[in-house]
Write a protein that binds this ligand. Structure first.
Ligand code: PLP
Length: 838
């Protein structure tokens, strides 16, 4: 790719350097977010320009600001050239390697996945993220590149992004919003086919919103970003993409329109129509509308048909564990901004538009829920951990009236992190991993950890902990702070009440005793931002800072300000234990704890999110009893007590217990087990391969099926939906007859029931015998078979349904129900009718 530049001064500075041997490789590296953050790359930049690197950690700025002569001198140094060449071949090998994806059956059907997200955390030099959601998006994009899955990211470029945190002496958080100069960010203007800078227009209320477009390289893949700072915009639209999660609900709505509608238009402008559209959280759900609009105009079909066909290719991933976490918009706001678009592009009235985001379509008061739009416009829905999948089933119950919770159509893919991006220098030495082994040889890496000696594991820990202590000393300017041999615990996350960042402060005296035990001391590294408008969250930060001051714990506890990707990497690389204390089940997944795995850190966490499925006594420590207790203060106190107890009786003792070779063998045994069994399992490589086989490939196949041959199947589905919905209120289930019989395998029941199908063909419904879980019996379902048409006692024509089942529980446990059935349609996601016997 030959980068293009504006004629602004800094980039003329780049052009002067283009003839320097090696410069082209440096430039490609500086702009590739798959490689930023890798140790080899970091070392290279640090050597090239130590001061610039320390100040900015932004390779692209280094290339712009270094003089041509110094760059030439540096690049002439053999050591540096060797490093550069090594990195270049690593990168070239990764791109050229036969991809995992190409070997998957069905791969040819999937021409692409558009991955929409409000935030992407790829590098601290591209500050367009807040935390967990961006982490998932960024790490999955990098892993998709490693695997060769044809994903394209779609996001927004924020002029300011999320706030930067400064903490004053009293522990008050101050928020700053420095400007991102696009010329200094590792991205390029995106050019359209005609060679001009591509700009996208989106109708917004009475005016047109112009969006500039940018491209970011992520290994083999692209991330496209949109921003509203276009001179053609009316002044009140220029700043739409200033702050991430800033402003009021109108601004949020404008941003989501820019992302969803603007994003899909961007793809179309590039001539791309990916079969799969992955919505990372409901923010991006307007992409559903624009995808349908585009289908309508291309194939001249009404909205209902277009949605029915395109939704098969849409996947909605939900990330929240509370209903309040979904974005909601007041009907007049939505009508104001999207009413014109709905009428013109979708041929929908405002009530029809609003119905797409409501539980009760006709309730004029009900707000428009982005998660509901996402569900109404997707072919599959998933949560982000096993527990969160179940929690989401309960959250979406209102949309699936009378469906048993276990059948509410939300699956799960547990998140994972991009391991090469989060391993410390010490860890990359330990694993000896070159190239793409987390993709090509995860088994070999696991057995490497399995066979590692206690001494090797302990050396990894000591090196990594020392590096963290050095970092803390540099950050704080105290050259003797902390001790590289002391048990080090890390805690960093958003400071919001449900994460209970102050759980450890419950009994400050007891914490002080733990920290200052002369034989077995403890040190704590804490970090995190409170949402700028969250006073409770800010008070939690003050609580820590004041604890440190009031108890003179400066030698044992440090609060590091401005938690971001770079600080996270330092912390998770170095800590011995990563602590996580959310109130179950409000941590949908959590990913920071996964980042310590590759580094030999251990988790001490509430049984929530990913840890609820990962925890085993030989890999770490658990808090909580595996049940929900809301925000009960007494339960918080009990968990605080048990946290102290686990620390005192298990964590501290096993860390300081040494054998004759001075090795803590209980500790290293846990490290070995955790690294062996968890590192790959909670990697983004595993997560993206699971998304691909479980969701992307089937979604692509279903979409192709619906759209091929002039959308024959898609149109038939619309017909089927209409027939089912029309007949449904007239279905009738007669009285069940049960006959007991003995058979070779034991007693059986023969159930028979007359069903009036109101004109539906027997193939269009499923008649089922259903028994809920009760008295030690698991939930049970048996499908009944359609038999003869009979004239029942009542006037209506009926079909007699029968089934023979083992008589293992009372016949009265069973109820007959009817549900819609169609091999191509996801029930109940796409048709929610259900009829139970009275
Ligand atoms: C990994 C990461 C997160 C997400 O971590 P959680 O476990 O979800 O709290 C948030 N912020 C940063 C900077 C991270 O690196």
């Amino acid at each position: 790719m030959q980068p293009v530049f504006f004629k602004w001064e800094l980039n003329t500075a780049i052009m002067q350097k283009e003839d320097i041997p090696g410069f082209e490789t440096l430039q490609a590296l500086a702009l590739d977010m798959r490689w930023s953050g890798s140790h080899v790359a970091n070392e290279l930049w640090a050597q090239l320009d130590p001061e610039g690197w320390a100040q900015t950690r932004n390779p692209w700025i280094i290339l712009q600001t270094m003089s041509a002569s110094r760059l030439q001198e540096q690049l002439a140094l053999p050591a540096l050239r060797n490093q550069l060449n090594a990195l270049r071949s690593l990168r070239e090998e990764a791109v050229a390697a036969p991809s995992w994806y190409a070997q998957q059956a069905g791969a040819p059907l999937l021409n692409g996945v558009a991955y929409f997200s409000m935030e992407f955390m790829l590098s601290e030099s591209l500050p367009i993220y807040v935390g967990g959601l961006g982490n998932v998006a960024g790490d999955q994009l990098k892993a998709a590149s490693d695997l060769g899955v044809p994903v394209t990211g779609i996001g927004l470029l924020y002029q300011q992004g999320y706030f930067r945190q400064v903490i004053d002496g009293d522990g008050n958080q101050q928020a700053y919003y420095p400007f991102n100069d696009p010329g200094q960010l590792p991205l390029q203007p995106l050019l359209g086919a005609n060679g001009e800078w591509l700009r996208i227009q989106v109708p917004l209320a009475q005016a047109t919103l112009w969006l500039r477009t940018w491209e970011v390289q992520v290994g083999r893949l692209k991330l496209y970003l949109l921003d509203s700072n276009d001179l053609a915009n009316p002044p009140y639209y220029r700043g739409i993409t200033s702050q991430l999660y800033g402003g009021d609900t109108a601004l949020r709505l404008q941003q989501e329109i820019a992302l969803g509608i603007g994003g899909w238009r961007l793809l179309e402008a590039l001539g791309q129509s990916p079969a799969v559209c992955h919505l990372n959280e409901g923010h991006a759900a307007f992409a559903i509308l624009e995808r349908a609009a585009s289908y309508m105009s291309r194939y001249q079909v009404p909205f209902e048909t277009a949605l029915s066909i395109t939704r098969a290719g849409n996947l909605f991933t939900t990330h929240t564990a509370v209903a309040a976490g979904f974005d909601h918009f007041e009907p007049p706001l939505l009508a104001y901004y999207l009413g014109g678009y709905a009428a013109e592009k979708l041929q929908l009235s405002i009530p029809q538009l609003l119905a797409l985001g409501r539980q009760r379509p006709d309730d004029e008061q009900e707000r428009f829920n982005m998660a509901y739009l996402a569900i109404n416009g997707s072919g599959a829905v998933n949560g982000v951990s096993r527990l969160h999948g179940q929690v989401s089933q309960a959250l979406f119950e209102p949309l699936f009236y009378r469906w048993p919770p276990a059948e509410i159509p939300v699956g799960y893919v547990t998140n994972g992190i991009h391991v090469p991006s989060w391993e410390s220098l010490a860890a990359s030495r330990f694993w000896g991993n070159k190239g793409n082994a987390w993709v090509s040889q995860p088994q070999a890496l696991a057995s490497h950890a399995m066979q590692a000696s206690d001494a090797a594991l302990w050396q990894l820990r000591n090196e990594a902990r020392s590096a963290l202590v050095d970092f803390i000393r540099r950050q704080t300017g105290h050259a003797s702070l902390f001790n590289p041999t002391v048990l080090t615990i890390g805690f960093a996350r958003r400071f919001v009440p449900y994460k209970r960042p102050d759980l450890l402060l419950h009994d400050p005296q007891r914490l002080v005793r733990l920290l200052t035990n002369p034989a077995r001391p403890l040190q704590l590294v804490v970090a995190g931002k409170a949402p700028p408008s969250d006073e409770q969250g800010k008070a939690l930060i003050r609580h820590w800072v004041q604890f440190i001051r009031d108890y003179k714990m400066e030698a044992h506890v440090v609060f590091l300000q401005d938690y971001d990707m770079q600080l996270a990497a330092q912390m998770i690389g170095g800590v011995d234990v990563w602590l996580n204390t959310p109130r179950r089940p409000w941590e949908a997944c959590g990913t920071s704890g996964m980042k310590v795995l590759v580094n030999g850190g251990l988790n001490l966490s509430e049984l929530d999110g990913w840890w609820a499925e990962a925890y085993a006594p030989d890999t770490g420590w658990a808090l909580g009893d595996g049940y929900e207790h809301g925000d009960d203060a007494a339960w918080d106190a009990a968990e605080a007590a048990s946290l102290y107890q686990v620390l005192e009786q298990q964590v501290v003792t096993s860390f300081y217990e040494r054998n004759e070779a001075q090795l803590p063998t209980q500790w290293t045994a846990k490290m070995r087990q955790s690294m062996t069994t968890h590192t790959f399992r909670f990697s983004a490589t595993r997560a993206v391969s699971e998304y691909t086989t479980k969701y992307y490939l089937p979604a692509a196949a279903r979409y192709q099926e619906r759209t091929k041959d002039n959308a024959m199947v898609g149109k038939a589905i619309v017909q089927w939906q209409a027939s089912v919905n029309q007949a449904w209120p007239s279905l009738e289930i007669g009285d069940t007859a049960v006959q007991e019989q003995s058979s070779a395998v034991g007693p059986t029941f023969i159930f028979s029931v007359p069903v009036h199908l109101a004109g539906l063909d027997t193939s269009m419904v499923q008649v089922t015998l259903y028994a809920a879980e009760a008295d030690g019996h698991p939930q049970a379902q048996y499908n009944l078979q359609a038999g003869a048409k009979i004239a029942a006692a009542s006037v209506k024509e009926c079909t007699l349904y029968t089934v023979t089942i083992p008589a293992t529980r009372a016949a009265s446990d069973y109820t007959v129900r009817i549900t819609p059935a169609h091999v191509q349609v996801a029930v109940p996601l796409e048709n929610r009718n259900i009829r139970w016997q009275h």
